[in-house]
Write a protein that binds this ligand. Structure first.
Ligand code: ADP
Length: 679
């Protein structure tokens, strides 16, 4: 039942739980370490106390044994009572732990006894009877065992209220192999502690003899300050009796960090925790960065996959290292086929391999392609060729080193098809516009042809009259007149032919082709037709076209049509105006080099009329196809003019002319004036 919940909890908070477990593990290790170190330190102090108790015990044993030997030195074998007393007094002065020395005979009667000079005030309380029982007990056992024996400790009350714990030691002595008596020494337990134990052992701690229930019998030393008391009890086993020695030592207990090692380990553990926390933070940051990177990668991939632009990366050896789905779709090949494909790649048309190879070699040699991209032709898997626009840029890695080239490839076949369609429809429109001008031309033609035809007719009539006048057919004057008339007839016929040819040239549909054309040639081609119209509308024409203008790069027929349209519009705008108005009826055609275009020189063609000007309402739709204010107009002229000029990289604009009329001007790119002018 609980497992699924635990599993869910684990899944949701896995990282937090892991971190929690890690931190608590480290903390518990740290706490255990501190606790163990504290315990170790305490045990060390306890052991020290135990050791000191053992040292005290061994001091006591040594002291007591020395005392037995001292006593043995005054065994009264050859001395009388007085001599022994002297010797005993000397010993008592030396050994302050003894309260009294007695010489007793085998019946335990006191032969001689000496009290310690240092415990005079206590003398009064010493009585043989008082300690008789202990003395008897000790001496009986001493006699049985044959060596010094001790009695249990006894409290001897003093006369002034004080008292002292006393232990009797009975040493049997013999003379000539026969037990001869006893030497009995009374030990005062406090002095035993203070005299027999090295003072260093009770400096700063208490040493005491205690009973089994903890009652202190004697005590020496003063405890120093400290937070903890360490206690050690050891048994001092003596023949016939035993005493418990207790050491009370007050010591400063171990600190939280009892020694340097623990402190170092604790500090290291804390440092470990800090490092873990920092690592955790670092991991979190890295995870965040990885997450963001993954998102960015996913976004980039989605972007690349949804792009219609083909992407291709090549290394410095020209091998393809990356293609996106759009590129694969474009060339109809799988990425596996394209990646790492050696030269030539499968999408190069076989007939272009040499040229493309040269281009690639140039690129790999470090020549950057133009920023506006290069047009090329690729081949689809089914062999179909299609135009592409390639933009290439160096592929720079994170260290700033170029590792190859990155290309964006646009399939421009659809664009080309639309351009072709638009070009064809433009051409058709232009042809239509030219045909529309035909009607106008026809009337012009009839007007213009009238003159040469009338001249031909009158020359012909004159010649016939000359012949009919009956002059001698071989008279030189007749022949001269006739020959002149025939020459004139021929000239007029040629003139009529010229007129018809210029109209024919204009109307004929020619394949568009661009070439370098001298502005003067442009003018010469349109002049006959402009003049035709000018004559009909009684308009004065003025051409300002210097001979040394640089050639322009254009389709001559199209530009001629633009000039014709503009001059025709200008002349029509003056039609109906009084000729004696300011400036008269004059149309000016000017060609000049535009100012301020030194790097990219432009030829400006200006057509200025002194007509009615352009009404603001008309101006709004001036370049809209089929917009016209004329009854017989088609409204295609200006829109076509603008298209043609823009196709040539120029601009068609208009502005009012003062005091009246309008200036239409357009530009065409031309050669630098320093270049040779010949096309
Ligand atoms: P269309 O000549 O067949 O009318 P255009 O496109 O050439 O077609 O001209 C459109 C209109 O622009 C003309 O009908 C005329 O009203 C006006 N327009 C063109 N050129 C001039 C000009 N030089 N002066 C005044 N109006 C003009």
């Amino acid at each position: 039942m609980i497992w699924p919940q635990l599993r869910t909890l684990w899944r949701l908070h896995r990282r937090g739980l892991l971190w929690g477990a890690l931190v608590s593990l480290v903390l518990s290790v740290l706490l255990t370490l501190v606790w163990l170190a504290g315990r170790f330190e305490s045990e060390k102090l306890q052991m020290q106390t135990d050791r000191e108790a053992s040292d005290a015990i061994s001091d006591l044993r040594v002291g007591l044994n020395q005392n037995i030997r001292l006593l043995e030195s005054i065994i009264p074998a050859q001395v009388n009572g007085t001599a022994w007393t002297l010797q005993a007094e000397a010993l008592l002065r030396e050994r302050r732990e003894w309260l009294r020395l007695e010489w007793r005979d085998m019946g335990l009667r006191v032969v001689a006894a000496v009290n310690s000079p240092s415990s005079q005030p206590l003398t009064g309380r010493w009585s043989v009877e008082h300690l008789a029982a202990e003395t008897q007990l000790a001496c009986r056992q001493a006699r049985r065992w044959g060596y010094a024996t001790y009695s249990p400790s006894t409290y001897v009350a003093g006369e002034e209220g004080g008292g002292v714990e006393v232990v009797q030691m009975c040493l049997p002595w013999a003379q000539d192999g026969q037990a001869a008596g006893y030497l009995v020494a009374s030990y005062a337990l406090p002095e035993v502690l203070s005299q027999l134990i090295s003072p260093s052992l009770y400096r700063g701690q208490q040493l005491s003899f205690v009973e089994a229930d903890g009652t202190r019998l004697a005590m020496v030393g003063q405890m120093r300050d400290g937070r903890r008391i360490f206690v050690s009890q050891q048994l001092l086993g003596l023949p016939g009796s035993s005493l418990v020695l207790r050491v009370d030592s007050r010591r400063t207990g171990p600190d939280l960090f009892p020694n340097l090692l623990t402190a170092v380990v604790a500090a290291l553990s804390l440092a470990l925790l800090t490092v873990l926390a920092l690592l955790g933070r670092d991991t979190r940051r890295r995870q965040k960065a990885e997450h963001e990177l993954a998102e960015a990668l996913a976004f980039r991939k989605a972007m690349e996959d949804s792009l219609v632009t083909g992407l291709r990366a090549r290394d410095l050896q020209g091998r393809i290292t990356y293609v996106n789905p759009a590129f694969c779709e474009m060339v109809g090949l799988l990425p596996e086929t394209l990646l790492g494909s050696s030269n030539p790649p499968p999408y190069w048309p076989p007939e272009m391999i040499t040229e493309y190879g040269r281009r690639q070699a140039l690129r790999l040699a470090g020549n950057a392609p133009p920023r506006e991209g290069i047009e090329s032709v690729f081949m689809r898997h089914n062999g179909e060729r299609f135009p592409v626009l390639i933009f290439e840029a160096p592929l720079i890695d994170a260290n700033g080193t170029q590792t190859g080239w990155m290309s964006a490839i646009l399939d421009i076949s659809e664009q080309r098809r639309i351009e072709e369609l638009s070009r064809a429809s433009q051409e058709r429109l232009q042809a239509t516009a030219r045909l529309a001008s035909m009607g106008e031309m026809a009337s012009l033609l009839s007007h213009e042809l009238n003159q040469p035809l009338a001249a031909i007719s009158s020359y012909a009539n004159g010649s016939r009259n000359l012949l009919q006048d009956g002059q001698e057919s071989d008279s030189p004057s007749l022949r001269r007149h006739l020959s002149e008339a025939v020459l004139r007839i021929a000239q007029q016929a040629e003139r009529a032919g010229q007129v018809i040819k210029s109209v024919h040239d204009f109307v004929r549909r020619r394949a568009p082709s661009r070439e370098w054309v001298r502005p003067r040639d442009l003018l010469d081609s349109v002049t006959p037709l402009v003049r035709l119209q000018g004559r009909k509308l009684l308009i004065d024409l003025q051409f300002n076209v210097p001979d040394d203008l640089p050639a322009v790069w254009c389709d001559q027929a199209m530009v001629e049509q633009v000039i014709l349209n503009l001059t025709r519009n200008g002349m029509q705008a003056m039609d109906g105006l009084e000729p004696n108005n300011t400036g008269g009826r004059r149309l000016t055609l000017t060609m000049r080099i535009a100012d301020g275009h030194n790097s990219n020189p432009q030829l400006v063609v200006e057509v200025t009329d002194l007509g009615c000007g352009i009404d603001p309402n008309v101006e709004l739709n001036l370049y809209t196809p089929f917009f016209t204010t004329k009854e017989e107009g088609m409204g295609l002229g200006l829109s076509l003019c603008r298209t043609v000029v823009e196709q040539h990289g120029g601009q068609l604009i208009h502005r009012p002319h003062h005091p009246r009329g309008t200036v239409f001007s357009f530009t065409l790119p031309c050669r630098h004036t320093t270049e040779p002018r010949e096309a």
